[in-house]
Design a protein around this ligand. Structure first.
Ligand SMILES: Cc1ncc(COP(=O)(O)O)c(C=O)c1O
Length: 344
């Protein structure tokens, strides 16, 4: 399907590389990264590690692989990960933690970014009593199924204390941590110092075609390199892709504020039409259609017929995502189309 004439609000992963990014990719210096000889990959890894104040980082083909490598670093087989029921790592990674890492996952109820650290603390199971011992807690910043919500820094600090008290690792699925950084004006290094491992994505909102990184200590990243290879994620002349990532970091982080403003405009326009659009803090606009005559599939089909693409997350839940390939005119068109359909 050619979607060029559509206003594509399904995801921020649909962006295409800009001319400047393509130029950076075309002229990238490359080498064999499995030998550790790709200078552009090495530069990207050093740059991202420094951004988060960590010793090292590892380039991975996807956010899912970066998450799963990180989880295998901090949770041994037959041990336990705690995360929320809507977390990407247990919702959209197709059982990878269990399948590849032998990891047992237990979840707290889906509350998006609104985490109660006491609830998490109460779930921790120590060694002994023939129970599965908890080894790590994972959070998602920003929260995808939680409508792009941003976990407040104070909550993250409390979770760090909970993890320290129980000697657990704290992992951040930071696919959209850039959005949190821009929305809450929290320095990336401030987030970085709270986590043992992070995964961060260059292809969600930042506009790179491919690429995520695992961030952590030098010792962890050395182990991560082996796990990545075992999972089939060793890439050769990956500098072409890393160059896109470096370009994205240099040019596309601060502009995320524009996407947040577009999301807020969409949410405000759609909210009165029987749709509860949780205040969009970042670039995701969740639609709760429980009170609407249209279910999510019907809304998506009607919008598609008029050239606006949205995501269906559940029978009565849909999602709109703003990104750099949808301009203000596209948002106007989406508002006009969706409000017309919802009004009918
Ligand atoms: C929060 C979150 N984590 C991880 C991922 C996985 O990224 P990928 O699609 O590159 O595997 C996504 C994808 O949208 C995501 O939203």
């Amino acid at each position: 399907m050619i979607v060029a004439d559509f206003v594509d609000l399904r995801s921020d992963t649909v962006t295409r590389p800009t001319a400047g990014m393509r130029e950076a990719m075309a002229t990238a210096e490359v080498g064999d990264d499995v030998y550790g000889e790709d200078p552009t990959v090495n530069a990207l890894e050093a740059e991202v590690a420094a951004l988060f104040g960590h010793e090292a980082a590892l380039f991975a083909p996807s956010g899912s692989m970066a998450n799963q490598i990180a989880l295998q670093l901090v949770v041994p087989p037959a041990n336990e990960l705690l995360c929320d029921a809507d977390a990407h790592v247990v919702t959209y990674e197709i059982g990878a933690a269990a399948a590849y890492g032998g990891i047992s996952s237990r979840t707290w109820p889906a509350v998006g970014a609104d985490i109660d650290p006491d609830v998490v603390a109460g779930m921790i199971r120590p060694d002994g009593y023939f129970a599965v011992p908890t080894r790590a807690i994972a959070v998602e910043q920003t929260h995808n199924r939680g409508g792009g919500g941003v976990i407040p820094l104070a909550t993250l600090r409390q979770l760090r204390r909970v993890a320290d008290d129980a000697q657990l690792a704290l992992h951040c699925d930071g696919a959209r941590i850039w959005h949190a950084h821009v929305a809450d004006d929290v320095p990336l290094v401030e987030y970085g110092r709270l986590f043992d491992t992070m995964s961060v994505c260059l292809s969600k909102g930042l506009g790179a075609p491919v690429g995520s990184l695992v961030v952590g200590s030098a010792e962890k990243i050395e182990r991560a390199r082996l796990i990545r290879k075992r999972m089939g994620g060793g890439m050769r002349q990956a500098g072409v892709l890393a160059a896109a990532g470096r370009y994205a970091l240099a040019h596309h982080v601060e502009r995320l504020a524009e996407d947040h403003a577009k999301a807020a405009r969409l949410a405000e326009a759609i909210a009165p039409f029987g749709v509860l659009a949780t205040a969009a803090r970042t670039n995701l606009v969740p639609l709760d259609l429980t009170k609407s005559p249209l279910d999510a599939h019907a809304l998506a089909a009607a919008a598609r017929a008029e050239g606006v693409l949205i995501s269906v997350l559940g029978p009565r839940t849909a999602r709109l995502v703003t990104h750099m390939d949808v301009d203000d005119a596209g948002i106007d068109r989406a508002i006009d189309t969706l409000t017309r359909i919802l009004r009918a």
